[in-house]
Write a protein that binds this ligand. Sequence first.
Ligand SMILES: NC(=O)C1=CN([C@@H]2O[C@H](COP(=O)(O)OP(=O)(O)OC[C@H]3O[C@@H](n4cnc5c(N)ncnc54)[C@H](O)[C@@H]3O)[C@@H](O)[C@H]2O)C=CC1
Ligand SMILES: C[C@H](O)[C@@H]1OC(=O)[C@H](O)[C@@H]1O
Length: 260
Amino acid sequence: MLLTGKRAIVTGGSRGIGRAISVELARQGCDVVINYHSRADEAQTRDTAISETIAEITALGRRAIPLEGDIALKRTALELVELARAELGGVDILASNAGICPFHSFLDMPAEALETTIGVNLTGAFYICQAAANAMKDQGTGGAIVATSSISALVGGAMQTHYTPTKAGVHSLMQSAAIALGPYGIRCNSVMPGAIATDINRDDWSDPQKRAYLDGRIPLGRFGQPEDVAKVVAFLASDMAGYVTGAALLVDGGLYVNLQ
Ligand SMILES: NC(=O)C1=CN([C@@H]2O[C@H](COP(=O)(O)OP(=O)(O)OC[C@H]3O[C@@H](n4cnc5c(N)ncnc54)[C@H](O)[C@@H]3O)[C@@H](O)[C@H]2O)C=CC1
Ligand SMILES: C[C@H](O)[C@@H]1OC(=O)[C@H](O)[C@@H]1O
């Protein structure tokens, strides 16, 4: 196990990539505070997802402590860190993962879509990184922050003009935080997933032509699974990556480099 006895916070940790991260960190020895949140009309799915995630972690012999809350709010970040302190005695690892991508064309982008996407993906990442970093600094034992950026930090998408800048922003946040927090022994890195099969893109990739096009562009010949990303997050959070900070690791099956 890579992370025996560590205490982690995972945002957006009950579904998709975040769920896989929560479970992988537990498999590697962490107890996990899990932030989860959904629109009100998704309450049923949300509650099932967090219950299943908790059950999976408990079966691994680790603790899973849930906290419902909108990560765009600074209040949620402070509550998550306080919960980790109260229940686990502190926080050693943060996986800042929560994100949304409501696909929309550029010229008629509603302000609400832009502002919500920036709020969840970038402002939310800032608040939770800041709150966790302060806790790690006070503990004096260092720590590791791994943010879920994206291949979209490096390349664009016509229906993602509100989204890709947030992922470039998360990448940049990790670079600057790595400098600010290096003196405290806190490492900051990001993962850049490519095309990973989750709810976020289910509708977009339900178009068989688009799916076939993307399939053909991935040198490893398949879409990624959430677990492909989670294993890399666990590695970056561990001492195996003890001299890695300010880095970004593509987890994309080679999609980014495949021009022709
Ligand atoms: N699936 C993909 O191909 C890729 C995904 N990503 C990123 O991975 C991260 C996870 O996304 P997926 O697992 O793919 O999608 P997903 O839709 O399955 O998961 C998103 C998670 O974020 C949570 N979330 C949404 N709004 C929230 C809010 N306001 N407060 C707290 N949590 C909130 C959701 O409840 C869910 O747990 C996102 O940051 C996304 O941008 C990056 C590159 C590729
Ligand atoms: C949500 C998209 O399907 C997915 O998210 C990303 O960040 C990738 O660029 C994919 O487009």
